[in-house]
Design a protein around this ligand. Sequence first.
Ligand code: MD3
Ligand code: FE
Length: 227
Amino acid sequence: MLSANLTMPSDTLPYADDGAQSAIQHVALGSGAVVLRGYARRCAVDLLSMITSISSLSPFRHMVVPGGWKMSVGLTNCGKVGWITDRTGYRYDSLDPATRRPWPKMPPLFADLATGAAKAAGFTDFCPDACLINRYAPGARLSLHQDRDERNFEHPIVSVSLGLPAIFLWGGKKRADEARRLPLHHGDVVVWGGPDRLNFHGVDAVARGEHPLTGSFRFNLTFRQAR
Ligand code: MD3
Ligand code: FE
């Protein structure tokens, strides 16, 4: 299946169908990865105001990776657990190391959006306990990596792009495998799962720009079922 049209699952989102048929374009990337073009566009303003509230409790920060380098991407989390890194390694923790308090709660809109997107891609009952929020200023990038700090790789990962666009790098099972370049825009949602769950991936340096809702930033929400 290369592309199909489905309607927004209005039972999972408080955005009633306004009559204008909201057709979401599905683009299959691999056997387990699907782009839902613009799936989050109409709730983007609400998502962004919730990101502002979350970051007032647990601010964006640039974490250090085990090799000693500081990430160019700023990050924070919401949910039962959050992804963190320091000199000792990568892991999920229920406490924010900067505030020593639990991460802010995951807003129901976040969880419903992630569950609905996973369902639209064929994964039922996705119930995220972690939402990593990445913030990219121009020049920030994420080098090729795998997401393998979660307990069960059967669960998909749902990613939501907001604000400035970026080129997503979609690699293979080995770091050296050539990566496809996939532009992701404001409102795009990608569901990664099944056989593609452990593929290498990254984000090219974000180009400078101005987005009406986010100014000079790109945000990405990454939903995981970590435990
Ligand atoms: C492909 N973030 O935080 S998730 C990350 O745009 C991360 O900030 C990306 O990669 C970003 O770890 C978006 C994209 C993603 C997540 C898991 C995957 C792609 C994946 C698992 C397998 C293959
Ligand atoms: Fe990742």
